[in-house]
Design a protein around this ligand. Sequence first.
Ligand code: NAD
Length: 257
Amino acid sequence: MTGSATFQPRVALVTGTTSGIGEAVVRHFCEQGHQVLAVDFNPAGAEVAERAGAVFFRADLTDGEACKAAVAEAIRRFGRVDILVNNAGIQHVSPIEEFPEAKWRQIIDLMLTAPFLLTQAAWPSMRENGWGRVINIASVHAQVASPGKSAYISAKHGMIGLTKTAALEGGAQGITANAICPAYVKTPLVDNQIADQAKMHGMEEQAVIEQIMLKNAAVKRLIEPAEVAELVAYLASDSAGAVTGSSWNIDLGWTAQ
Ligand code: NAD
């Protein structure tokens, strides 16, 4: 089906759903009428998911077996997986010289290996149904770098490679894969960075937002999680069947220069 297709309820697996972008995506999908498995390692995610009308599955996605178990749970509950949103992420800021190896491994495991394993596990269900959507929440840091974020930036750049490969392999099977690259979104992940950077630079938090975070932005404000969720919903829709292998900037004009 092409063009403005009528809405069809789907089964979605979304990761990193206790707060921020993932929470907004789950809420939006549930409001649309999709069935959603919300996957997070934080037990507080159970209440967040229930409030939205989703089913919660607790999993630490740095563990490969937990990634496979999450997909198995979606199939056990709902019979299939149509939409996979790889969103769970963390940040750690320190120069390469001091970057802890354990932190590097944790970030790569969570933000690159888990999306790969989840895609791999969900693939047979999407292939059998001839329809699938893989949506990877990357970052403006999938395209440009900043000092102090080597693991995050490496994982996000890698995620673009994974997205393109999945798009090429999925094309003949009705599976699309796309990445979304936001600049700073108003979430706990960013709140923590504002506090850390204020301490690191000896600045007021508002000054960190204005002088560091929004320095390269044409639109001088933080992005709302719901704005990212709207883009996810488009890429997950039937209308986006011709869109694959692409990276969607929602970055306030950050990368325009
Ligand atoms: P957030 O901290 O609000 O949410 C991250 C979620 O991931 C949380 O629910 C957390 O519990 C979960 N999580 C962390 N470690 C996990 C693990 N081991 N297993 C399972 N779940 C785990 O952050 P957010 O800002 O909403 O970030 C969501 C995604 O968006 C991340 O991939 C992030 O890199 C990306 N992103 C965020 C921004 C931003 O400015 N906030 C910008 C670009 C990209």
